[in-house]
Design a protein around this ligand. Sequence first.
Ligand code: C2E
Ligand code: MG
Ligand code: MG
Ligand code: MG
Length: 280
Amino acid sequence: VRRSKVSGKAESYQMQAFDIAREQFSMETALRRAIENGDMRLTYQPICDLSTGRIVAFESLARWTDEDGRPHSPDTFIPVAEESGLIVPLGRWAIDEAARTLAAWDARAGGDCGVKFAVNLSAIQLQRDAIPQLVEHALATNGLAGARLSLELTESALVTDPDRIAGIMHALKALGTTIAMDDFGTGYSNLAYLQKLPIDVLKIDRSFITGMLADRDKVAIVRAILSLSQALGMMTTAEGIETRELSQTLAALGCTYGQGYVYARPLEAEAAYSFLSASH
Ligand code: C2E
Ligand code: MG
Ligand code: MG
Ligand code: MG
């Protein structure tokens, strides 16, 4: 593309938009290939009971390293997958892969390996795909009870068609799965949904946890979320716990579960299984 000598403002904005669109498209092409070729991976990060330290679950987190060996963050490729519709095949793969892996862990443990798996569901995926049917199929195919899976939704899922999402959540609950509200506190201001929807866990967004010990406002917000969840009979998970001190404080405040680098970073499946075996 030829850049004109007198590059006016409007033109440079156009160029930027063009470059961004082109980059997006090439990422989309590469991502499509990765999904088709089975190049996506799931990593697994432990979620611990804050009062006992015991691992209760692992959250599955998608990873993608492209053909040039460059890793891409889910914060970059999930939005591209959502905009392009690739979130549908990607999301299907993630549900199946998590269920397969959990069943394999059970087989190695000679029975229930003692943890649940949490799977993230994007708002777009919930709009476009038949999630309860996919989850039911993944459970049945792998011989797993519904209670072994937790599904993480964000508040953004509730914005477009709340009634439809409520139906999906009830269908998932009917399978026995747990439902967690991810990134809680960052999305939506209307809290009425909390009493209407079958939510088991509020995951307190990392932004409130990071730096909390030096910030009274963050402590106030975390306390408020904890008392809200207690009043509504829900459990809580604090995301992004990076220090012992934080995990102790959150335990003392009555937070149920914790997740973060202080326990472990997201681990490849094999390392995650070893981590579990070593700790249980
Ligand atoms: P999330 O579901 O809120 O996942 C938690 C994120 O926090 C993960 O980022 C995790 O690696 C990171 N994290 C955990 N502990 C710590 C900590 O102590 N400190 C810091 N700084 N970060 C921590 P990750 O893996 O980059 O994923 C980002 C987001 O991408 C996820 O946020 C989720 O919204 C989305 N995502 C990842 N995998 C999938 C997937 O399979 N499907 C869908 N729909 N979304 C996914
Ligand atoms: Mg999550
Ligand atoms: Mg989160
Ligand atoms: Mg997040």
